[in-house]
Design a protein around this ligand. Structure first.
Ligand code: ADP
Length: 248
């Protein structure tokens, strides 16, 4: 097994991760000895054909699920063997999530949606950071609006603010542009990239869209539960070529 030396350049280190669903003849190796270093303060895109293991990998990186073998190290914390309550605390205090379907609470305003997670965690928002995030997303005029009064792109920007407001170590974005038109999608991707370049955040995005992946600094291509390729500074063309190389 390759030993990991944790340094400040690595947000998450994965060593020989294996995840198997089912048993016997019907067992599926969703992750098949995946080893990866995800860089801190960078925007990483995890790509690959449907069924290649993207969601499984993201869930295991974010402490939503556990690997069957191998190791996942989140910052200085070894996730392997953590209790469910320790994983829950990690997700609450150190991770932000952006989902394809926004997942905002319909009866609450944008501001309440952004701050609810901190309130529930008993944490006091850092007002200066909150203002930085809200202004970076252009949400100030929308803070009193309910989700139904906002466009899809605006709702996803609220979801980005919610993910960032606690200054998490890593923001995971699961197909964040999947429900958006291309213009709103480009805005959200531009914001995620800005949060890395200007605010020093770490973003890990799962996407099947080569255009979305081109916003990232680093691309990880999965195929059949394995890392098939890694791309530095992916472009739409290099991603398409890499996917074509898989026969996808
Ligand atoms: P992707 O996100 O790239 O589409 P997934 O991680 O969802 O891939 O799935 C990887 C493989 O694991 C697929 O073959 C899928 O059918 C299988 N799989 C995922 N989740 C489960 C589950 N809960 N039970 C059984 N098989 C699963």
């Amino acid at each position: 097994m390759r030993a990991h030396t944790m340094d400040e350049h690595t947000a998450i280190g994965v060593t020989d991760a294996v995840k198997v669903y089912g048993h016997g003849d019907t067992a599926v190796r969703a992750l098949d000895r995946v080893s990866l270093d995800l860089p801190a303060r960078r925007f990483t895109a995890i790509m690959g054909p449907s069924g290649s293991g993207k969601s499984t990998l993201m869930h295991c990186l974010a402490g939503l699920d556990t690997v069957d073998a191998g190791r996942v190290r989140f910052g200085a914390t070894e996730l392997t063997g953590l209790s469910d309550s320790a994983l829950t605390r990690l997700r609450r205090d150190r991770v932000g999530f952006v989902f394809q379907s926004f997942n905002l609470l319909p009866t609450m305003t944008a501001e309440e949606n952004i701050l609810l997670g901190l309130w529930l965690a008993g944490r006091r928002p850092d007002r200066e950071w909150y203002t930085t995030v809200v202004d970076a997303l252009g949400l100030r005029p929308r803070l009193r609006h309910k989700p139904c009064e906002l466009s899809g792109g605006q709702q996803q920007r609220v979801a980005c603010a919610r993910a960032l407001v606690g200054r998490p170590e890593v923001v995971f974005a699961d197909e964040p542009t999947g429900s958006l038109d291309s213009r709103s999608g480009a805005e959200v991707l531009g914001f995620l990239r800005m949060s890395v370049r200007e605010l020093g955040q770490t973003v890990v995005m799962v996407t099947h869209d080569p255009v979305a992946a081109s916003y990232a600094d680093h691309g990880v291509l999965l195929a059949d539960g394995k890392v098939a390729a890694q791309l530095a500074r992916p472009t739409t063309d290099t991603v398409l070529a890499a996917l074509a190389g898989l026969g996808a």
